[in-house]
Design a protein around this ligand. Structure first.
Ligand code: ADP
Ligand code: TYD
Length: 200
């Protein structure tokens, strides 16, 4: 089973991916918890290239190539071997992030994103949790974190709003469960587990 978490910056994806992984392990599943961009040594190197530095460092087209290259390595080295071994993969961000960040908010590049996905990745998660939160709350949480990985957070509030709405558009597909991300981490984790149980 391949499970992903999506949402805007600071929505609580990483927190909730960790919590679900712990819950599933307690249920006796063999879980691989991973993230994008990254999740394999090569992809983690690409992560540093794309997430650090000036917001104008890469064009949107170049970014699509970098994120897809990272994803391909992650798929080859981490995701496919884990799924083939019968493990449950819980991944913090995946292709929906590229559809939203590169495909919508950085110019109308969705056709290129889709073409590259079909050629190089060609896999969709079985289940995607969209942690939905207001752009203000998300940006506030993300900014409070203070890391060097702020190229995308530097784009500001209007773009976070656009991204939230683009994620909600994608979430009309049946593989999505939309989770209200407001409230405490415990509140949100309980909603995730309830949605999981409803589908199991
Ligand atoms: P994301 O991976 O979506 O950016 P994180 O899980 O890293 O989100 O959370 C961003 C920040 O907000 C972290 O500092 C985290 O501890 C905090 N956080 C996560 N969930 C909540 C919550 N439900 N309420 C308040 N703060 C939260
Ligand atoms: P992440 O570490 O998940 O950031 P956060 O914890 O703030 O949500 O992801 C880093 C950034 O990379 C995030 O701003 C979104 C961006 N990103 C893309 O633009 N395209 C992609 O395909 C992926 C996976 C991430």
């Amino acid at each position: 089973m391949f499970i992903t978490f999506e949402g805007i910056d600071g929505s609580g994806k990483s927190t909730q991916a960790r919590r679900l992984a712990a819950y599933l392990r307690a249920q006796g599943r063999d879980v691989v918890l991973t993230r994008e961009p990254g999740g394999s040594p090569g992809a983690e190197e690409i992560r540093a290239l794309v997430l650090q530095g000036d917001p104008d460092r890469w064009s949107a087209d170049t970014e699509i190539l970098l994120f897809t290259a990272a994803r391909r390595d992650h798929l080859e080295k981490t995701i496919r071997p884990a799924l083939a071994a019968g493990k449950t993969v819980v991944c913090d961000r995946f292709a929906d992030s590229t559809r939203v960040y590169q495909g919508v908010t950085r110019g109308d590049l969705r056709a290129k994103v889709d073409a590259l996905h079909e050629t190089m990745i060609a896999i969709e998660p079985d289940l995607t949790f969209l942690i939905d939160i207001s752009a203000d709350t998300g940006l506030g949480r993300a900014k409070a974190r203070q890391t060097a990985e702020e190229r995308f957070e530097d784009f500001g509030l209007p773009m976070q709003r656009q991204m939230r709405s683009a994620f909600l558009d994608l979430a009309r597909q049946p593989r999505f469960a939309v989770i209200d991300g407001e409230g405490s981490p415990d509140d949100v984790a309980a909603r995730v587990v309830a949605a999981w149980q409803a589908r199991a």
